[in-house]
Design a protein around this ligand. Structure first.
Ligand code: AMP
Length: 197
């Protein structure tokens, strides 16, 4: 049993750590940014509705994202339903967190742990600028990066307290080598998962 959420600002390594953690725990890595980028490139209705928000570094409206994720987890989009997962990039707002909790409670699939990757802002900016140069992601330009960090603080920051109050928050230093961060996450997760077993 492993249902965890990665909560971290852009550039903190969510995607990289998400893939590693999902693989280690044998669960699907469900990254909403990746799902949304896929919709944009396929030109679906959702992709068309999401693209402008993503390009400017703003969040895609809650109702669209909630629908997309719950459909995916529930297996109502043609895929298999998921009982375990590593969620990356969702929830990102309090309304999303409340909707996720409602769904999870009814389906008996509440999260076991929420992992916060902590990285200082100047390091985040350095990493995002480098990724923009290497991968050419449209939302990794200097102006959009600033907006994404501000959006994270305003909309996603409050989730740290929300999950801290529920006693499932794990804070991890996200600086340094990728493998070291993964080991730190695993070490911090162990007692939380043991307590839930
Ligand atoms: P990411 O790859 O996680 O950085 O996500 C890229 C972009 O996708 C974000 O800047 C948002 O525009 C959008 N996005 C991803 N996840 C969400 C979410 N849970 N709620 C709203 N927008 C999202």
């Amino acid at each position: 049993m492993f249902r965890a959420l990665l909560l971290a600002p852009p550039g903190a390594g969510k995607g990289t750590q998400g893939e590693r953690l999902a693989q280690r725990h044998g669960v699907p890595h469900l990254a909403t940014g990746d799902l949304l980028r896929e919709h944009v490139s396929r030109g679906t209705d959702l992709g068309r509705a999401a693209a402008a928000h993503m390009d400017s570094g703003d969040l895609v409206p809650d109702d669209l994202v909630i629908e997309m994720v719950l459909q995916r987890i529930g297996g109502h989009d043609g895929g298999e339903p998921m009982t375990d997962f590593l969620l990356d990039g969702f929830p990102r707002t309090l309304p999303q967190a409340r909707a996720a909790y409602e769904f999870a409670r009814k389906a008996h699939r509440t999260f076991h742990a929420v992992i916060v990757l902590e990285v200082p802002e100047d390091e985040l900016v350095r990493r995002l600028v480098r990724r923009g140069e290497e991968q050419g992601r449209a939302d990794d330009s200097a102006e959009v990066i600033r907006n994404r960090l501000a959006v994270y603080e305003a909309s996603t920051g409050p989730l740290v307290e929300y999950y801290e109050e529920r006693g499932i928050l794990v804070r991890v230093d996200g600086t340094g080598a990728v493998a070291d961060v993964t080991e730190r996450v695993e070490a911090a997760l162990a007692p939380v998962l043991a307590a839930r077993a």
